[in-house]
Design a protein around this ligand. Structure first.
Ligand code: IMP
Ligand code: MG
Length: 203
């Protein structure tokens, strides 16, 4: 069978390409990690995961919404029939942490005696992963481990550590590849540091 791409007029419009139009928001984004580097690191990360788990097949639990892009790309590099689930966790409004974590959805698959691999976009204060760990522990999984695309170099109070880390970055606010600023920019193909003029921040 030869599938035929269902092209449409909308699909042929080449005007909506990167770089994004940021004029309206008066923001600027400086590329920190290119799409090519992310691709390369994901190849390595999937090797690390294969080596670590061997024939065990962890259930991957993505944290919405930030982990969506990372999880989608990572799981397609794994060599077993991957199972995924999602939890919704939100701790940020704009650029600053709220300090509290809002849970917006829980797993639907059975977790008892499963190896769980939590996948998140970024390890910042560690509050999110600590809270998610304690919730998941109640279901008596066999193990809980963590895979984050980014880890910020900063002090964190808790004991949570990520066993698998894509990149360690300075303590700056980043967007793209799933990460957002006020819900935007998750679709940038690279990771960038966002510059927010004070007048925009104060809005
Ligand atoms: P933590 O609970 O402080 O570790 O924060 C983790 C969550 O905060 C991540 O899953 C992100 O959703 C969000 N977050 C932390 N730093 C950034 C950032 O630089 N850009 C976008 N989101 C961030
Ligand atoms: Mg998040």
């Amino acid at each position: 069978m030869n599938p035929i791409p269902a092209t449409s007029e909308a699909g042929t419009d080449q005007t909506n390409t990167y770089p994004m139009d940021l004029q309206e928001d008066r923001l600027s984004i400086e590329e920190l990690i290119s799409k090519e580097l992310i691709d390369q690191r994901l190849d390595e990360l999937s090797d690390e995961i294969h080596k670590f788990y061997g024939n065990n097949r962890p259930l991957m639990i993505g944290l919405l919404k930030g982990a969506v892009v990372f999880l989608a790309d990572l799981m397609r590099r794994l060599n077993w029939p991957v199972e995924i689930d999602f939890m919704g966790a939100s701790s940020y409004r704009g650029e600053t942490s709220q300090g509290t974590l809002e849970l917006t959805g829980n797993c639907s698959l059975p977790l008892k005696n499963r190896d769980l691999l939590i996948v998140d976009d970024i390890l910042d204060s560690g509050n999110t992963l600590a809270r998610i760990d304690s919730i998941l522990s109640e279901s008596s999984p066999k193990s809980i481990r963590h895979c984050v695309l980014l880890e910020k170099e900063r002090k964190r109070s808790g004991t949570v550590q990520a066993e698998f880390v894509g990149f360690r970055i300075p303590d700056v606010f980043v967007v793209g590849y799933g990460l957002d600023y006020q819900e935007k920019f998750r679709n940038l193909p690279y990771i960038g540091k966002i510059h927010i003029p004070e007048t925009v921040e104060d809005k």
